[in-house]
Design a protein around this ligand. Structure first.
Ligand SMILES: [Cu+2]
Length: 202
């Protein structure tokens, strides 16, 4: 209630939730739609695990996956589970500035906590940068991309599984559905931690 009053009139992008679990900035549950969206197309929930246990080889931290894909104009709820004992963020850049302060949706979870936030994906095909803005965490592995519609240019230097490895694992896991692999969005793909990849290649 107090938060509603404090941020009333400041626009959707200034809306902030802040409690013991963390912080959300740019919360938009659908009362203001991006230009080009006449309605919310669908609801999507993205569950993100973050922590050292998901670090790719040579990195310190990791998200459980480094790519997400949603339809244009979808309402996206991100659930961020932080498995480390330090703060981490899931911060998305490049959203429309008329809706989001500095074009950002900012979700932050304290160590060992879970935080949830919602925003509306823009219309059109675009790829956005997602990262953790804590000192050096981006360089240490918390860098990912968020694809809306057919997406745009891939973000540089993101650790993504190589296509050959992906299809190899897909075939191993579900031998009968490998033909449909290309039709699947990356959200349907399971994520394999490095230990699991090593296991599979033995
Ligand atoms: Cu972090």
């Amino acid at each position: 209630m107090l938060a509603d009053l404090a941020f009333a009139g400041e626009g959707v992008g200034h809306r902030m939730v802040w409690d013991d679990n963390g912080m959300v900035m740019g919360e938009n549950t659908g009362d203001s739609l991006p230009h080009g969206c006449s309605a919310i197309s669908t609801d999507v929930e993205i569950v993100v695990d973050v922590g050292r246990q998901w670090a790719r080889p040579g990195r310190v931290f990791g998200y459980n996956r480094n790519e997400w894909r949603v339809p244009a104009c979808s309402r996206v709820s991100v659930v961020l589970h932080n498995h480390d004992q330090i703060r981490h963020m899931w911060m998305l850049h490049g959203l429309p500035h008329y809706l989001y302060y500095r074009g950002m949706f900012h979700l932050e979870a304290e160590g060992g906590r879970t935080m949830r936030g919602t925003f509306i994906a823009p219309s059109g095909n675009q790829t956005f940068l997602v990262h953790c803005d804590m000192a050096q965490h981006t360089e240490k592995g918390l860098k990912a991309q968020f694809i809306v519609g057919a997406g745009g240019q891939d973000m540089p230097n993101i650790d993504l599984p190589r296509p050959s490895m992906r299809s190899f694992l897909q075939r191993r896991l579900s031998p009968t559905s490998s033909e449909n692999y290309a039709d699947k969005t990356s959200n349907d793909l399971p994520y394999f931690p490095p230990a699991c990849l090593n296991e599979s290649s033995k």
